[in-house]
Design a protein around this ligand. Sequence first.
Ligand code: NAP
Length: 286
Amino acid sequence: MARTQTARLMDGTGLARRTVEAASASADAIRRQTGSAPCLATVLVGEDPASVTYVRMKRARCEKAGIESRHVALPSSISTAGLVEAVTELSEDPEVHGILLQHPVGPHIDERAAFEAIAPEKDVDGVTMHSFAAMGFGLPGFVSCTPGGIMRLLDAYEVDLAGKHAVVVGRSAILGKPAGLLLLGRDATVTYCHSRTADLSSHLREADVLIAAVGRPRFVAGADIKPGAVVIDAGYNPGNVGDVDFESAAERAGLITPVPGGVGPMTIAVLLEQTVRAATHQLGLG
Ligand code: NAP
């Protein structure tokens, strides 16, 4: 029997394009006013192919948007102290406005120490304890880019979060946990699920807003989606497959993000937007 998709698609590609266009216009204004462009420094440890691709993609998007990028490539043998020193140098360099340390950085490195070497005003990827605490307190600051992109999508589609039951599957520091805190900050009632959650289906079925951030292809089945729910698939697995079984979920959801073309493009868009905002503040323009 032919399947019927009832859900409206949330177009992350279009929203990301508009977000980047706005960031690009601001970058252009900064260049005209100050003679220099916003600059994002990318730091890559080793040559992990996925990380190399991510960094290359982020730098290419920067260039296209009129944001300079400076790349620091470090050998996988670098020590925690060496990496902290490299990041500290960028934190102290007035020509660098944002810093992105691509992770994972390698098991022998104290990743937290490296992240904390990023000056809070340059933490455009939202990875420091300072940024996380500001987000938790509901204060201005830089948010982790993927959860930030998710919130932008929810706002663009005028999803009313107050009093809604949001279920976040996944609790990583860069994705699930901050996504839940941002939803809580918008008055949703939030449930976190993770690998030790008992009877996951019963939680999923209660979700008015479901955020899938698990890292397992097609993990969330359509049968577990509450009819009319908003389904955000943050997953990105090999073969361009999300964490939600799109076909079956789209038969029950009210709104749903596709993979690709949903959350993914918004992540980079928020990174560029936050880089321009960092430059604006550091150059005393706003
Ligand atoms: P992660 O650090 O591996 O975290 C995965 C989370 O899923 C963990 O909290 C884990 O629980 C939970 N989990 C694993 N198996 C589970 C199960 N059977 N039932 C319930 N929960 C389970 O991954 P991540 O970095 O957050 O990424 C998640 C996904 O988002 C991946 O597909 C990744 O590629 C994607 N992602 C996309 C973007 C983007 O730009 N679109 C950015 C970042 C990540 P425990 O905590 O108990 O282990």
